[in-house]
Design a protein around this ligand. Structure first.
Ligand code: CA
Length: 226
């Protein structure tokens, strides 16, 4: 018998071969896991196993992943990584704000999924409710932000961008969602505008030691991860 697992993962996935490959990689990385193929059994399995993280496929027989994710969120803060067959679905899921912690798109490399599992669990352990205060402070009334007591010289848009991202560390925002929060009339701006504000914000954070706080999520958008 190997060492104790570093975490237990519940895989909800109706493609047996995919589930088996994921299981192999998770085991090799030190996790234990169980696999459920039927969406209708997911909640029972969750209650019985109390996993540290759920890998949840979107399209499942009998009950879809969206519905399962919503119920999970009502009863638990367990990290959820949503697995979808189409990249376009990720934008739609983000828009529904179902509360998944991350999204991966098929076909994926199992290695990548294991890396995401590690990352989400690590972030979860640093939950803002329990973690020590971060180095960033934001003064909403004065529209000012500082890093370790040093003021950031931000434009209004950069301030709103930082405030939006920092209000929910770890949460992934699409460019569209950021535009809605940054501009009263977001139809006049483009994805590239958001990217250029992010670039400037990163540079300014970087000058004070927060260079990697605003992370790109490939094909999706951005997240704040101090
Ligand atoms: Ca499926």
């Amino acid at each position: 018998m190997n060492a104790d697992p570093i975490g237990h993962i519940l895989i909800v996935e109706d493609e047996p071969r995919l589930a088996a490959v994921l299981g192999d990689y998770l085991r090799a990385a030190g996790y234990s896991h169980d696999w459920i193929a039927d969406g209708a059994q997911a909640m029972d399995a969750f209650r019985a196993q109390k996993p540290d993280l759920v890998l949840l496929d979107l399209m499942l027989p009998n009950r879809d992943g969206l519905d399962i994710c919503r119920e999970l969120r009502r009863i638990s803060a367990v990290p959820v990584i949503m697995v979808t067959a189409r990249a376009e679905e990720i934008d739609r899921l983000l828009g529904l704000e179902i509360g998944a912690d991350d999204y991966v798109c098929k076909p994926f490399s199992p290695r990548e999924v294991v890396a995401r599992v590690h990352a989400v669990l690590r972030r979860h352990l640093h939950d803002p409710d329990t973690a020590p205060a971060m180095d960033l402070s934001i003064d909403d009334e004065a529209c000012r932000a500082s890093v370790r007591g040093q003021d950031l010289d931000l434009t209004q848009v950069e301030f709103r961008l930082l405030r939006t991202l920092a209000a929910a560390p770890g949460r992934v925002y699409s460019r569209e969602q950021l535009m809605e929060r940054l501009y009263a009339d977001h139809r006049i701006v483009t994805d590239r505008t958001v990217d250029s504000h992010v670039k400037n914000l990163r540079r300014k954070l970087g000058e004070l030691g927060g260079e990697d706080w605003v992370r790109s999520v490939y094909g999706v958008g951005y997240r704040f991860e101090p």
